[in-house]
Design a protein. Sequence first.
Length: 563
Amino acid sequence: MRWTLKPKPSEDKIKHLAQALNVEDFVATLLVQRGIETFEEAKAFFRPSLDHLHDPYLMKDMDKAVERIEKAIKNNENILVFGDYDVDGTTAVSLVSAYLKSHYPNVATYIPDRYLEGYGVSFKGIDFAEDNDFSLIIALDCGIKSIEHVTYAKEKNIDFIICDHHRPGDSLPQAVAVLDPKRNDCTYPYDELCGCGVGFKLIQALGQNRNETITDLIPYLDLVATAIAADIVPITGENRVLAYFGLQVINENPRPGIKALVHQVKKKTLDITDVVFIVAPRINAAGRIKHGNHAVELLTEFDFEQAQQFASEIEQYNADRKGLDQQITKEALNQIVANNEEERFSTVVFQEDWHKGVIGIVASRLIENFYRPTLVFTKSGDKYAASARSVKGFDVYNALEACSEHLEQFGGHMYAAGMTLKAENYNQFKNAFEKQVQETILPEQRIPEIEIDAEINFDQITPKLIRILKQFEPFGPQNMTPVFLTKNVKDTGYAKKMGKEDEHLRLFVKQNNSEGIAAIGFGLGKKMDLVTHQKNFEAAYCIDENEWNGTITTQLRLKDIKA
């Protein structure tokens, strides 16, 4: 692990903000590091408001999208809401279809089959629309590169509205409207929305047309917050506002489907991390193991008992997914070792019987073992399909673009992508990708990094600080949980290893004459020797609260320790 202390902002900015907010300098430092330098910016950060959401009509083509939907409703046309099979896609489809159905009955949903159709808009989906007399398709979380598909639909007199957040290619599909804040010609003030976020802007615009207020749309925000958490988009700007209020809906009055999922795990209050690790994998499991339709059924079900039935089926899919990803990860690691590929700059592995639904998760697991850009391939029909994951700072999408002559198709963004290629091109591509990574990756991007926000002493960890840090939530990319460094730390003699294989570490630590604080280090069991016999060590950690039997205590979540 590489420990990097974030650069300290200018003293003037820190002092000015600390004074304005009546907080300690190091709290002001944390805020300035997040781009918050004035009282007004701090107020917007600590007190998110739905008034901070932008006018949806600022998005290019929004007027055209609303006009076409209103025309479809007026003319009694059938509308098909189409979306990808992952969390972002299924929540977006659930959101837009549920909103439209609350105003108009002729609305149906379509999620492509992960194995028969693959990612994004499919010809099979368009044929389904033609066979069932749909004249308008609203594509969510996909479609920005579906030029041929949209042309094919046009020949069948089917119009498209595309709501996407992925990077466009050189030209756009000939749809009625293309809503994508990453379009070069789109001046929308915030371009980090997820697919479900773009879907929300569409219903916000439709709502404005009907004299609805933003308050009328709050019940949909549990879906938006789930997508924001799952898609790992920055928790800044509009995403922060949507996630903040969406979490409130999840915890206070969620839709029956999300309530049923949370009911399964019996957790009282969920934060964004819980959504990432509890809600999102279960929604994803439907599309990975069975079909994404199951997720949409769950998320649009109004009857809680029926939702519980759907949730228990999805729980089983999730258990199956866990077993598969453990097995495939083991096989992939064995393959890397058997082929003497431990020292490469990239990981590219293939086995034809690997389950397509979990290869993305496996790619992430492999990065935990070999920290480098990773692609996991399996057979899909007569082609090979892969999921790509990347390491901090390395743009895997650009690397794939540089090797695109060997690919049939690809799409995604900086840290995650998908692609297909012909079987005969696999080895050429593998070599080209390795060469591209080797030439472009920086030495520091090959070592996992812990970014430390500030060095503090234990006596600065007060109830007031914990209250302030709670108001930094929800955490996520570009607003990560603050990581602190404390030096001259000692265990008080209670250190012990935990877990099935002694992989974790539990300590009770002090610094000089400070009060002792409990600390837990997941995956740090192998560093036990650093803390025995009253040795001094340095700790990088986040500050948590641990609830046990109704009592809340402060606990340090250790990221790493060193002598």
